[in-house]
Design a protein around this ligand. Structure first.
Ligand code: FEO
Length: 177
């Protein structure tokens, strides 16, 4: 046994959150497509893919340390939204819940002296900070320009811009690595 049983349990609980995030964001992408918000839809599809990567990182870690990753049942995600501001607030709330869960795993790992898991979670601490900041910024921007019909075009473009920047940053990181 490389990691304590208590840590394995909270890691498996967390797997469920990452799996739900995959489908929560896919449901948002679907809503955006129906609303004609193409930039937002692309952004949320990418966000869903990213969550799948997170899910697999946890899945692989649990199995790599010789424990058993349990694939969770997926909850039916919310599929209807009042407007794009509600979508972003929903996204931020989801990310805050994921951050809380990651901090909880770190707390349990610290109590159990599990340095391997603490080390593994460093990436996620940074990732969660970035994701929360990203949604907070988008919400601030929507508050600034409004989310009426005239503003929607600009909000949609803004999402596309953020996605393109993320793709560029990822390419840079890959080249550097
Ligand atoms: Fe993987 Fe955005 O939490």
């Amino acid at each position: 046994m490389i990691i304590p049983k208590k840590v394995e349990a909270v890691l498996n609980q967390h797997l469920e959150m990452e799996a739900n995030a995959v489908f929560n964001y896919l449901a948002v992408a679907s809503w955006c497509e129906r609303e004609g918000l193409e930039g937002c839809a692309k952004f949320y599809r990418d966000q869903s893919d990213e969550e799948h990567t997170h899910f697999m990182k946890f899945f692989d870690y649990i199995n790599d340390v010789g424990e058993h990753a349990i694939v969770p049942a997926v909850k039916q995600p919310k599929s209807k939204f009042k407007n794009i501001k509600e979508v972003c607030e929903y996204s931020l709330k989801g990310e805050q819940a994921v951050t809380k869960s990651i901090y909880h795993i770190i707390k349990v790992a610290e109590e159990e002296g599990d340095k391997a898991t603490i080390d593994f979670l460093r990436f996620f601490v940074d990732e969660q900070r970035e994701e929360e900041v990203q949604f907070k910024r988008i919400i601030d921007r929507i508050k600034l320009i409004g989310d009426g019909p005239q503003s929607l075009y600009y909000i949609d473009k803004e999402f596309e811009k953020i996605l393109n920047q993320k793709i560029k940053n990822a390419a840079k990181e890959n080249n550097a690595g």
